[in-house]
Write a protein that binds this ligand. Structure first.
Ligand code: MOS
Length: 727
């Protein structure tokens, strides 16, 4: 089905099940430990062996030789596969660096061997006995040092790296009030709870992999390309995922190592990447340097806005697109953005939750706060004055729906913004207390998404799609969608996800998952409804599915009966035209934060947080709220503690575990609240919904930075805002 805008009234609008605060249908499986995560998969008929990886100890160069003699004599060892012994493997289309195979080293902790043994401990002990002789080459690891040699790449995530409207330089120079500030964000790690893990089993030339993947079909294609085999011979399963945040968008080494190890050992093999391996072996969000210039009239109207960003990546890699939102967020006649890419030999940089916008807004939304202060205008008022209902670079393109002002106004009222004082003026005991605000912005992407829906003779509806649930609630909102479409309760719907035998879905990424995948289920349900109507000889135009019955005119038949003993099936894929041709589709939020900063130590404690989100129809307010509070928590981490520390001599992330890479814990987050604006966006999909999972993060860290400034009068432009920078 091709989506035609605007979406017409359809069964989803009944909102009997969709839009209801239904608890996760997989919640009980998860809380009782019965949800099977990748490494836990267990078939009693299989004799699993255990693989343990070895990573490169240099960042760039080649391997001259590897001595595995001691490994082979080590207890329990079944086989050793090295990057030299497998020779030259292929590379996945979406991988920047090769995951395995050959003598070339492109980054630290690149996988160079996997040892297979009867037990995990035996494999780990034996892996430490491998002797490697490297030839090291000089390399670049420091973004600040490499910034001068950064180049303009061809592409910025599908868009041009530069944009220019009007005369930015002239307008900036002649502005009544102007601001010029440079900000930095560090390398960041996804730090998901479940590490990357895979179990591989071969049956002749067919491969089955249980893994932890956000994107089943991308992984299947790239695993086939890496191993040089037919995609159709790979069966991939990832029914439960313990978090991804973008770190599991692309095939990683665990799946490749498990497949090769299982082949070598002639047994099914389990490989989990050890926690200290993840930061350097997998992807991370690249550090940025961002310069923002704003010129305005005394009344606060922006006349010039410029955003430049620098980031680095391996050869062949891409930008962190941190200036993108500045093309769309505020009005202003004269504008420029430019993004530059430096070659660095750190591990592969790639998408982490709200790639582009998250670090971009960490800078832009402090700059807006700084500019408002220079102008002597309340920062909420400054944002309202510069709101735009059209794409400021292409004024003939309106936003499909944009209620940033509503988010900011409602948030201000609920949060008690009027109590905000001038910087440094509110003190409670040892605490300097401040309030901060930031706008949140994230584009609304869509992806083709397929599903198959079955109606069985017992009236049960079963959905099959390769969509994933990375902790987001996909199972639940898909069940709600099918229930609404087929006129049954959620209890009558079964949902099966994360299996490459099912129709290819949008997968989980870019906050496109919920809206796209439910739209795919909608399309399949339309097909199933047609099949039911046809079988009963009903007119498909006036047929109603309600209360487990299907009705047309004065005839009504139970769904179970309609299905018959053979059942009925509907399958389809939701396809999209270019929805952004006529309308800009984005999501918006206002983030409000109250912090206390210890007057003596400079330690920041977040006291209250509020997010007000405008993101189309909310399919399930419980799972959506959970997405936003999780994102706000991540924003707190990015503001206050998260930073991969780079060893600029040897090119690796030093704090490569959860002891050194500090993410927030419950005690860091005392109170969070989330409000959803009551809206629908018929331009976005038949669901009239949009993404929320990344929007929840965008702007949060800047709101915290702005609250710290309001508390202390100290402006920190370099994340994370640790106490040494505040004092
Ligand atoms: Mo998201 S960074 O596209 O998983």
């Amino acid at each position: 089905m091709k989506f035609e805008t605007p979406a017409k009234t359809n069964p989803i609008d009944n909102l009997k099940v969709v839009g209801q605060p239904i608890h996760r249908i997989d919640g009980e499986l998860k809380t009782t430990g019965r949800a099977m995560y990748a490494y836990e998969w267990h078939d009693p008929n299989m004799r699993y062996a255990y693989g343990y990886p070895l990573g490169s100890a240099i960042a760039k160069g080649r391997i001259k030789s590897m001595d595995v003699a001691a490994v082979q004599k080590s207890p329990g060892v079944l086989s050793v596969v090295t990057t030299l012994s497998v020779g030259d493997l292929g590379k996945g289309k979406l991988n920047t660096a090769k995951l395995f195979g050959g003598d070339k080293i492109e980054h630290y902790h690149q996988a160079i061997a996997v040892v297979v043994a009867e037990t995990f401990e035996q494999a780990r002990a034996a892996a430490s006995l491998i002797q490697v002789d490297y030839q090291e080459e000089s390399a670049a690891f420091d973004l600040a040092a490499a910034k001068g040699s950064a180049v303009k790449p061809k592409d910025a995530g599908g868009a041009p790296p530069d944009s220019a409207v009007g005369d930015f330089d002239g307008a900036f120079k002649s502005a009544a009030v102007s601001f010029d500030g440079t900000y930095t964000t560090p390398d960041q790690s996804h730090a998901m709870m479940e590490p990357h893990a895979s179990i591989a089993a071969w049956d002749d030339d067919e491969l089955t992999v249980w893994t932890s993947s956000q994107m089943i079909d991308w992984w299947r294609s790239d695993l086939a390309a890496t191993l040089g085999m037919e995609k159709e011979k790979i069966h991939l399963m990832s029914p439960f995922i313990g978090g991804g945040f973008g770190g599991k968008l692309f095939l990683r080494s665990d799946a490749v190592l498990a497949a090769l190890a299982a082949k070598a050992a002639g047994r099914p093999v389990k490989v989990a990447l050890p926690r200290p391996f993840i930061a350097n072996n997998t992807t991370h969000r690249p550090a940025t340097i961002q310069r923002i210039r704003i010129g305005a009239q005394r009344d606060g109207k922006i006349t010039a806005i410029g955003h430049e960003s620098w980031s680095g990546d391996l050869p062949g890699g891409g930008l962190e697109t941190a200036a993108m939102q500045t093309r769309l967020l505020y009005a202003g006649e004269n504008r420029m953005t430019a993004m530059r890419l430096a070659e660095l030999n750190l591990p592969e940089g790639n998408a982490m939750r709200a790639p582009g916008e998250a670090p971009g807004l960490m800078a832009l939304e402090i700059a807006i706060d700084e500019m408002a202060e220079k102008l002597g205008i309340d920062p909420i008022e400054f944002r309202i004055v510069n709101d735009t209902q059209v794409d400021p670079e292409n004024p003939e393109r309106p936003f499909s729906h944009r209620n940033l002002i509503g988010c900011l106004k409602l948030g201000a009222e609920r949060f008690g913004w009027s109590e905000r004082k001038q910087p440094g003026l509110r003190r409670e005991g040892n605490w300097l207390v401040g309030l901060g605000v930031a706008a949140g912005f994230r584009n609304n992407l869509v992806m083709p998404s397929g599903a198959r829906v079955r109606l069985a003779g017992d009236g049960v509806v079963t959905v099959e799609t390769d969509m994933t649930d990375i902790g987001t609630g996909s199972y639940t909102i898909i069940a709600q969608t099918a229930a609404e479409m087929m006129g049954v309760t959620v209890e009558k719907v079964g949902v099966h996800l994360g299996d490459s035998r099912f129709p290819v879905s949008a997968g989980s990424g870019g906050q496109f998952g919920a809206n796209s995948a439910t739209s795919g289920v909608y399309a399949a349900c339309i097909k199933l409804r047609e099949a039911v109507a046809k079988k009963l000889g009903f007119n498909s135009n006036d047929v109603v599915f309600e209360n487990g019955q299907v009705r047309s005119g004065n005839r009504s038949v139970a769904l179970a009966e309609a299905a018959g003993s053979d059942g009925l099936v509907g399958e389809d894929t939701m396809e999209w035209g270019d929805l952004t041709d006529t309308h800009q589709q984005s999501t918006f939020s206002g983030h409000f934060v109250e912090v206390g900063v210890d007057a003596a130590t400079g330690e920041t404690r977040i006291r209250r947080m509020l997010a007000v989100c405008a993101a189309g129809r909310i399919i399930n307010p419980i799972t959506a709220r959970s997405q936003v509070i999780g994102a706000m928590t991540m924003g707190a981490g990015l503001a206050l503690s998260e930073e991969l520390a780079v060893d600029t001599r040897h090119g690796f992330f030093v704090n490569h575990d959860l002891a050194g890479y500090e993410v927030p814990v419950h005690a860091d987050i005392p109170h969070q609240d989330v409000i959803f604006m009551d809206e629908t966006d018929p331009m976005s999909s038949p669901m009239k919904a949009k993404g929320i999972g990344e929007l929840g993060l965008c702007g949060v860290s800047a709101a915290i930075a702005n609250a710290i400034y309001n508390a202390t009068g100290v402006r920190v432009r370099h994340y994370p805002i640790t106490l040494d920078k505040v004092i």
